[in-house]
Design a protein around this ligand. Sequence first.
Ligand SMILES: Cc1cc2nc3c(=O)[nH]c(=O)nc-3n(C[C@H](O)[C@H](O)[C@H](O)COP(=O)(O)OP(=O)(O)OC[C@H]3O[C@@H](n4cnc5c(N)ncnc54)[C@H](O)[C@@H]3O)c2cc1C
Length: 340
Amino acid sequence: MLTSVAEPPRRERPAYRNFRVAVARVERLSPTFVNVTFAGDDLADFGTAGLDQRVKVVLPLAANGFASFPDGEDWYTKWRELPADLRNPFRTYTVRAVRPAQREVDIVFASHGDTGPASAWAARATPGDEIVLIGPDEFGPGRAVGIDWRPGDVDTLLLVGDETATPAICAILESLPADATGAAFLEVPEAGDRLDVRAPRGVEVRWFAREGGHGADAAEGTAAGGTVAEGTAAATEHGALLAPAVRDWVVRHLADLGVARAGADESAAALAAAERADLPDTPLWDVPEGQSLDGACYAWLAGEASVITGLRRFLVREAGLDRRQVAFMGYWRRGRAELE
Ligand SMILES: Cc1cc2nc3c(=O)[nH]c(=O)nc-3n(C[C@H](O)[C@H](O)[C@H](O)COP(=O)(O)OP(=O)(O)OC[C@H]3O[C@@H](n4cnc5c(N)ncnc54)[C@H](O)[C@@H]3O)c2cc1C
């Protein structure tokens, strides 16, 4: 007689959950960037999808660390119900690398001094410091939650961002197929902030430094996977170097973009209406679903909200890209802490 052994009930896994981890290593990559490696047994199950995967970094309270930080899927509701002095601050970051076998996750923090709790924490991070990450569970449903890179099936890729988007752009570049074509423009505070990144030969990578001069970086030219480093002689406004670079690239490549100029006016009008509807406190965020825009360009823009708004406006209103070809993400807003 056959006996059937009942399968143990499968434990439901949430798509996103808390991972209690500790700092394993801290590596200063450049004047602005610090890579913090977090380790913890639980990270064996951390989602590995990569790209621009975003997570929440929960910071300790001076009084009681994480003693009052709620666990479970409804952590946010419970957190909101806590008295203000028992609410741990948290901020959004990108996973730069995941090594499940080593139970490690890397996050690259762009320092902006002590003006925010996350930047201040990262500047002092020391091995052994405990922290909570809220991120994807590899075995939960919806592994793609928190990933906004959805280029569909396009020929030409354009990635543009400031230092806060640099970790995401680097991770995306390293994931691209060898025959990918396009460009990545990264604006960073100093010439020394140019990071090593692997990119396909057909993707031009240009770094722009707001401060500093043409240093040794500039001499590298296009030899390493199409990487060019550039500098400026004097301090420049945030985002001011990205706009002309994008404009110049569009002029040089417009014919290759498959830009639907016939639909440009309609798309620009829709954008103007959407911008009018933006409230001062709403996050500036518009991420199209992966489209199959055969032969077209997909642009991914992230960084300071007003800079990114200006770039999207140019691409849609002047260059004639369809709004659905542009993923646009305000990663932070000048003069405002991240909304929690
Ligand atoms: C999806 C997503 C992914 C992100 N990934 C990364 C990442 O991988 N690495 C990274 O460094 N950042 C990343 N950011 C940006 C980061 O969340 C913000 O910079 C955040 O505001 C930092 O928190 P804070 O506590 O240091 O400052 P906050 O308390 O939020 O802000 C305090 C003050 O600092 C200003 N400020 C915030 N960020 C900067 C900055 N970079 N430069 C100058 N002034 C600033 C604010 O305008 C405010 O006036 C990401 C944001 C999003 C939405």
